[in-house]
Design a protein around this ligand. Structure first.
Ligand code: SAM
Length: 153
């Protein structure tokens, strides 16, 4: 077991319409089109320079309201177990979340975005522009494609 520890600080917080976990759409076909705001702390605002030019962002954040870790997960989109690293389960060894959002507009330190699946007050660790050079035809979607085929969705 590695003994290295890393300490991080939030660069801001998510303003979300979701107050509790059950409010966030889940399962096959769930739509993530909720709008919210990424509120960046004043001391990090300078780091947002030129972010407006990007249509989508990666948001790296903390599952601050998830407890424990389970190396096996049964996602809401399937009735079969999968290893946690083959899922997006909140119960992971390092409780880090990753969400791609659409940047609608910037208002100083406030980024108005669409596509959030985080709870109100979720701490944000980092933002990066969304870029992908992987052709859709080259992507394999593993158990998720099988679960979709089984459910007919
Ligand atoms: C399946 S996870 C996926 C999150 C992210 N898109 C990812 O892939 O890492 C989404 C669930 O995380 C839960 N969640 C959102 N914000 C959370 C928080 N701050 N702490 C714990 N759980 C949270 C919600 O219940 C939501 O349904």
């Amino acid at each position: 077991m590695a003994s290295e520890m890393f300490s991080m600080q939030p660069i801001g917080y998510v303003r979300s319409p979701y107050q509790n976990r059950s409010a966030v759409p889940r399962g096959l076909g769930a739509k993530h089109d909720a709008e919210g705001v990424l509120e960046i702390l004043p001391e990090f605002e300078r780091g947002l320079m030129d972010i407006e030019g990007f249509s989508h962002l990666f948001v790296i954040w903390v599952f601050d309201r998830s407890e424990g870790c389970d190396l096996m997960a049964t996602p809401p989109s399937d009735n079969r177990q999968h290893g946690v690293f083959a899922t997006r389960s909140p119960m992971r060894p390092n409780p880090i979340g990753l969400t791609v959002v659409e940047l609608l507009r910037r208002d100083g330190p406030r980024l108005h975005v669409r596509g959030i699946d985080m709870l109100e007050g979720t701490p944000i660790l980092d933002l990066k522009p969304y870029l992908s050079s992987i052709a859709p035809a080259a992507l394999r979607r593993g158990w998720l494609a099988e679960a979709e085929a089984r459910s007919g969705k």
